[in-house]
Design a protein around this ligand. Structure first.
Ligand SMILES: [Zn+2]
Length: 179
């Protein structure tokens, strides 16, 4: 298992390539565009993504927990998939698919009212999850309040420094998705 993270507010050209790739997949047909939709999207999206393997994500979760940037929360269940099967999804009209996407995205963005920082559950599975800009900004504020000893120990690790850079960057681009 690995974790693929991506800016929520992608630059327009990247967002367009992503939409094109998704609608090509949704039709369930082989992509015969030139260049292929997946290639166009992945080549453009690279600078706006962050990839972690299981061990790397464990390092990040540990640092977040030690510096008080995350909190424990129950995983609220996602809406049931309202389609009979994959053919039903592919042949469903756009409005029906879009309604499900909206419900799924709202659930993936779930937070616990009154809690500050990032719910750790969003960094424990491929979700899909959405870690919002506000959660990230709160987590970064909490990091500033963490003990200097904890921070300087964490910052000896290049992965942690990259992770902090990712948080600072996505905090001003709508947050990030986890899949
Ligand atoms: Zn295509």
């Amino acid at each position: 298992m690995s974790y693929d993270l991506e800016w929520v507010e992608l630059p327009e050209a990247v967002a367009e390539a992503r939409n094109q790739w998704e609608s090509c997949i949704d039709r369930g047909l082989r992509c015969d565009h030139v260049p292929r939709c997946s290639e166009s999207y992945f080549s453009l999206a690279g600078p706006f993504q962050f990839h972690l393997n299981v061990a790397g994500m464990a390092v990040c979760r540990d640092g977040l927990r030690r510096s008080g940037m995350t909190y424990q929360a129950e995983h609220q269940l996602f809406p049931a998939w309202p389609f009979k099967d994959i053919e039903d999804w592919q042949s469903a009209d756009r409005a029906r698919r879009d309604a499900f996407d909206v419900a799924e995205r709202a659930d993936s963005a779930q937070t616990v009212p009154g809690k500050v920082g990032i719910p750790e559950v969003k960094l424990l599975s491929n979700g899909p999850w959405l870690v919002g800009a506000e959660e990230i900004a709160q987590a970064l504020d909490l990091y500033e309040e963490a003990s200097a000893a904890v921070r300087s120990e964490l910052e000896t690790d290049g992965l942690w420094r990259d992770w902090l850079g990712w948080l600072r960057e996505t905090a001003v681009h709508g947050g990030f998705t986890v899949s």
